[in-house]
Design a binder for this molecule. Structure first.
Ligand SMILES: [Zn+2]
Ligand SMILES: [Zn+2]
Length: 213
């Protein structure tokens, strides 16, 4: 176990403040990542402010952040996908039960027992998981993604939630040159949707109440 710096909320009404949190030392399948950038997702704000208290009550202190990009600092003895120095990313989840039908089909994102990057039970250290508003994180390599070196790393971080949230349905519905895509609102997700849909060749229309957008 080691300590790393983080920004934590002590309650639903207190601002994020510097804190020290514990991370596990990497076990054989773990990747230890020095976090370089973390996007701010609106889910982070909802959770920390207690706005999802019925759906998912926040456990305080709460360290949010699930749009994580960084550099691998250490790897466990059985890790094959990563080596120290590699770029790596972590999104909304850091583990699953690995045994349900969804997991066995390679669809861990539908696992009913997924472990979210923050505010989920931490089976290693007890308490809850802490997210990317921190200096370092340790994640099983199965839930760590590669980052191509040609990407702007700060710009790449929001791909881990806002990006995949808009990319996934576009792939599902076969967005391409013969399709029209309407994007309602040009916000954190909407601007991603516009860029993806345009890059996929679709005719893109944005619905907004603000002429500036
Ligand atoms: Zn998010
Ligand atoms: Zn599962």
């Amino acid at each position: 176990m080691y300590k790393t710096k983080a920004y934590a909320a002590a309650s639903a009404t207190s601002p994020l403040a510097p804190a020290a949190i514990s991370r596990r030392d990497p076990t054989e399948h773990d990747v230890q990542i020095e976090i370089l950038f973390c996007g701010i997702c609106h889910s982070d704000l909802h959770l920390v402010r207690g706005e999802w208290s019925e759906l998912m009550p926040a456990v305080y202190p709460c360290v949010p952040g699930h749009e994580i990009v960084g550099r691998v600092a250490k790897v466990g003895s059985a890790v094959a996908k990563f080596k120290p120095g590699d770029l790596a990313a972590v999104g909304c989840m850091v583990d699953s039960d690995r045994t349900c039908p969804e997991c066995l089909a390679g669809l861990e994102q539908f696992c009913p027992n997924m472990i979210l990057t923050y505010n989920s039970p931490d089976k290693h250290l007890g308490g809850v998981t802490y997210g990317g508003y921190s200096g370092s994180i340790v994640v099983d390599e199965r839930f760590v993604l590669r980052v191509p070196p040609n990407l702007n790393l700060a710009g790449a971080a929001p791909l881990l939630c806002a990006g995949i949230t808009t990319y996934s349905p576009m792939r599902h519905w076969g967005v391409g040159k013969d399709k029209k895509v309407g994007v309602v609102g040009l916000g954190g997700l909407g601007h991603m949707a516009v860029k993806f849909a345009h890059a996929l060749g679709a005719h893109v229309v944005v619905f907004t109440t603000s002429p500036n957008k």
